[in-house]
Design a protein around this ligand. Structure first.
Ligand code: FES
Length: 114
């Protein structure tokens, strides 16, 4: 018996897409096979086009490598954001794509009290 599930479910609760992939499939492969709502450009952790918010199952994604950490830090990413082009699926996850025009990408405004 394997120590991990044979398949994993990827769910996009906001837009409704659901698919089941093999354990350790990349999110890039899953996106193209199942037409998931994620866009890519560089596929090398540079452009951030593939940014996703992990709604559930962050520990079911492959660990973050240095390049992804550096790119996410440069865009002041939230702790639950990942670059889909750098991720393999190790268990069930719920994701939401953050497009390049998504307001979540804008830096939080500082509020001043008067
Ligand atoms: S596609 Fe460019 S960072 Fe993922």
């Amino acid at each position: 018996m394997p120590e991990h599930p044979l398949t994993a479910k990827i769910e996009f609760p906001v837009t409704g897409e659901v698919c089941e992939v093999d354990y350790d499939d990349t999110l890039v492969d899953a996106t193209f096979r199942y037409e998931l709502p994620i866009r890519y450009r560089c596929e090398r952790a540079v452009c951030t086009t593939c940014l996703v918010e992990v709604l559930e199952g962050a520990d079911h994604l492959s660990p973050m490598e240095d390049r992804e950490k550096q790119t996410l830090a440069a865009v002041k990413a939230k702790p639950n954001w990942r670059l889909a082009c750098q991720v393999s699926i190790l268990g069930d996850v719920k994701l939401d794509y953050i497009s390049i025009t998504d307001s979540r990408r804008k830096p939080e405004e500082t509020t001043t009290s008067s």
